[in-house]
Ligand binder design. Structure first.
Ligand code: PRP
Length: 180
């Protein structure tokens, strides 16, 4: 285990089971639809690639990048779109893929923006949900696992852009971030 990790919260094996289970549900729900899977960069990359490969349907994939956290451990509340998707989403059933739903501000911003582009539907799948931290009225349609209010990294989630490539979700030791 990485020396900066206090405890593993979701193992590699559990992450695989979660991706397969959610993909099965999505495969059933989106049969016959014009599915567009949109990964929210950068945090969702590993979950996105695992999940999408288990979805047994024809689909388009794309990516959107938003940023809110900066270098700290809490959100600044300001959402910036760094990379966008198509302006016209007519006919598409859009599925947004997130790594974590925290305050909900990022997802709310993206969902509202996409809703104006005339998609057939918009839904959200998140690997991790931290309901205790929610600040805006938003929910995910598909949730991998609820996590406690701890600083989690790995499998796409970062602290100061590091730890994304850990193959598990772990709780970061407080000493790593407490002086920031
Ligand atoms: C993180 C995470 C979510 C968002 C969740 O992204 O990937 O998109 O914050 O937080 P919220 O619910 O409080 O808005 P971040 O902006 O850190 O960018 P990243 O994905 O590139 O790490």
């Amino acid at each position: 285990m990485n020396k900066d990790i206090e405890k593993i919260l979701v193992t590699e094996q559990e992450l695989n089971i979660i991706a397969k289970k959610l993909a099965k549900q999505i495969t059933e729900d989106y049969a016959g639809k014009k599915l567009l899977i949109v990964g929210v960069l950068k945090g969702s990359i590993y979950f996105f690639t695992d999940l999408s490969r288990y979805i047994e349907l024809p689909c388009n994939i794309d990516f959107i990048q938003a940023s809110s956290y900066g270098a700290g451990t809490t959100t600044s509340g300001t959402i910036k779109i760094i990379k966008d998707i198509s302006d016209d989403l007519s006919g598409f059933d859009v599925l947004l893929v997130e790594d974590i739903l925290d305050t909900g501000r990022t997802l709310k911003h993206i969902k509202d923006m996409i809703a104006k582009r005339n998609p057939n539907s918009i839904a959200v799948v998140t690997l991790l949900d931290k309901p205790a931290r929610r600040e805006v009225d938003i929910y995910a349609d598909y949730i991998g696992v609820d996590v406690p209010n701890a600083f989690v990294v790995g499998y796409g989630l970062d602290y100061n852009q590091y730890y994304r490539n850990l193959p598990y979700i772990g709780i970061l030791k407080e000493e790593v971030y407490k002086n920031n």
